[in-house]
Design a protein around this ligand. Sequence first.
Ligand code: HEM
Length: 234
Amino acid sequence: MAETTRSVHSQALHSTVVKKVLMALTGLVLIAFLLMHMFGNLKIFIGQEAYNHYAEWLKMDLLYPFLPKGWFIWIFRAVIAACLVIHVYCAAKLWAVSLHGRGSRYVKKKTRDQSLASKIMRWGGLTLLLLLIFHILMFTTGTITPGFTYALHDPYHMFLGAFSVWWVFAVYLIFMIVVCFHVRHGFWSAFTTLGANVGPTARIVLNVLAYFFAALIFVGFILPPFAVLIGLVP
Ligand code: HEM
């Protein structure tokens, strides 16, 4: 009986660790995607031709002729979507486990800081998901088109039109604040799960890097929309 209980307990622990590792790995891929997307957006400062050329190259020409024209973007979308689904699925499962375990004498009491951080990550993650759906409905499917006409197939015009509208900028400001908090804690948490948080020096390095990437992503993403809003992008 004791043997069976121990084995059930160790299985549960094992599956929690697997989910945490999967969350860490997919989270790091998503941060890499964010950095790439951010550098792409900054091309708006070079001008209409450079920005539209970049968007076209990404969608049609990347890895051509190793892949047929237009294939790369679909493989890329599939990888990002798979990472997102795995990340959200594991988060939801771990959330459910923590709700189920609440009050159990077998669950070690968390510190207040830990539970506040995980609360922010969970509700922040959910908010992020909703804002991401809004973002895709705007720029990828053209379902919500404030300030621009999607049918023109002109990414530069889309960008300028959208961020000339104040409330669109406000929504993206909130989006980026939530992203920034999520990346700050997520980066730290991912490397801790993967075993990099091994001592006081590693702890400081991880903290500095986490703040650096979160700040870089916030500034790099918000700069182009802000410049458009105040009329600095012609
Ligand atoms: C100020 C912040 C952001 C701006 C201005 C922005 C802008 C854009 C634009 C213009 C596109 C369409 C590109 C095109 O069709 O040529 C796009 C696509 C996309 N963005 Fe963003 N983005 C921002 C933040 C984010 C964030 C934080 C995420 C993820 C959490 C994200 C995820 C995506 C995804 C998944 C796509 C679809 C890519 C595709 O169609 O394959 N974006 N973004």
